[in-house]
Design a protein around this ligand. Structure first.
Ligand code: SF4
Length: 413
């Protein structure tokens, strides 16, 4: 039995390989144990028409890769009409009843258990349309089998900003926790994980880490957790273990979970880059996002972080229904005042299942456009993803354009 996972095209990312899906790797590991041969087909590199034959083709998709999943799945079905095409990931989980007919099976929720069900159903020729898992995956005893990855996906070179390297053997992704207890109105995490965070056992993390170092000699990591420093007790225990291994990593966290002690532990345990969700430097808009932070808190956290030579990346959203000349001027002033050197700017994209998606009218959103590219960059000229109810698209662009030009001039996009 042969299953090929298809890596969808993500031309808006600087290096799509540096964000290899751990979800695909976990499922590949389980399927391999069930006797499947697992392949990876990279649609970023190869024409879909050249994809080799398999029994099953798998897609793990988000809202912004979903349109490409449909295109690729259609091409596969034309070439191999007898093969099955299956889809899972955050988008089918959040919007399960709006998935294109082309997909033979749709995986909703985490999928360690349901992928095993699919495997035995496939053998008996009884696969079904929906595989819905309500139980949580085991995040402690199953380790992603990195031997399934070709070297170019296993050890990437662009995990740190500007291609910086702290070790010459590349970097890989790792996950210590899953979920987030917050409920930001634009973020799908609360819909996906029911506002719950699960922590891996320190021993389990250490076993995986030692394997990565011993077998692959990799010491650089992208920590994929939503809010790395959320639980001080867990975080301290984890850092005490990490310190022993002389590693380097980047992570993301919330500014209300940053202080002097946390920064010290981050640095000592090998953190060299921190991403923080600023979203906007305007308190009123932060309230509308239910972000539960203020601009003063962001600036206080920056003060703590600046005591160490971390690279700090601030995440902003552009093209929201709350944009006005004032809010964007606030962002610009914030960047200047705090000497922000690294900003990641994403197009505002309310995901299915989020407060902003479910209550569009309340938030002045008429519709969401098909253009799903998230990263704002000079390669992708800025066009908002939403149509507002209160002003025309031209007026919206007119408001946002000066900030976009400012970011481009600063070479932040
Ligand atoms: S934006 Fe970050 S803090 Fe807010 S819910 Fe999502 S993951 Fe949690």
């Amino acid at each position: 039995m042969r299953l090929t996972f298809v890596l969808q095209r993500m031309p808006w990312l600087y290096d799509y390989k540096s964000q290899f899906s751990l979800g695909i790797l976990y499922l590949s590991t389980i399927l391999k144990k069930s006797g499947w041969t697992i392949d990876l087909f990279d649609a970023n590199k190869y024409e879909i028409g050249t994809i080799p034959e398999a029994d099953v083709y798998g897609f793990s998709c988000t809202y912004n890769t979903y349109p490409d999943s449909i295109l690729l799945a259609n091409s596969i079905k034309i070439k191999y009409p007898k093969s099955k095409v299956i889809i899972g990931g955050s988008h089918p989980t959040l919007d399960q009843f709006n998935i294109d007919e082309i997909f033979d099976s749709i995986f909703v929720g985490e999928a360690q258990k349901t992928i095993k069900e699919f495997s035995s159903d496939f053998l008996s020729g009884t696969t079904r349309k929906y595989y819905i898992q309500t139980e949580e995956d085991d995040i402690n005893t199953i380790f992603p089998d990195r031997s399934l990855l070709a070297d170019e996906y296993l050890r990437t070179k662009s995990v740190f900003t500007g291609g910086k390297e702290y070790d010459s053997n590349g970097a890989t992704s790792i996950m210590f926790t899953r979920g987030c207890p917050y409920e930001c109105t634009f973020c799908a995490s609360s819909a996906l994980y029911k506002r719950k965070i699960r922590y891996r056992d320190i021993l389990s993390i250490e076993t995986e880490l030692k394997n990565i170092i011993d077998v692959y000699n990799i010491r650089q990591f992208r920590v994929q957790d939503d809010t790395f420093t959320l639980n001080r007790r867990f975080f301290k225990e984890l850092c005490e273990m990490l310190i022993k291994y002389n590693i380097f990593y980047r992570c993301s966290t919330r500014v209300n979970h940053i202080d002097d002690e946390i920064c010290n532990l981050l640095w000592e345990s090998g953190c060299r880059e921190i991403g923080i969700g600023v979203e906007t430097a305007n308190d009123e808009v932060l309230k509308l996002y239910k972000k539960q932070i203020t601009v003063a808190q962001i600036e206080k956290a920056l003060g703590h972080m600046r005591k160490y030579p971390f690279v700090i990346r601030a995440f902003f959203m552009l093209g929201t229904p709350f944009d006005s000349e004032k809010t964007l001027k606030d962002n610009q002033d914030f960047i200047e005042r705090n000497n922000i050197e690294g900003a990641t700017v994403a197009k505002f994209l309310p995901l299915p299942g989020t407060e902003l998606f479910n209550n569009k009218e309340k938030y002045n959103i008429k519709s969401i456009k098909e253009d799903t590219c998230m990263n704002v960059s000079r390669t992708y000229p800025f066009v908002p993803n939403i149509i507002r109810t209160d002003i025309s698209e031209e007026e919206h662009i007119k408001i946002v354009k000066p900030f976009y030009d400012y970011l481009a001039k600063k070479r932040m996009i």
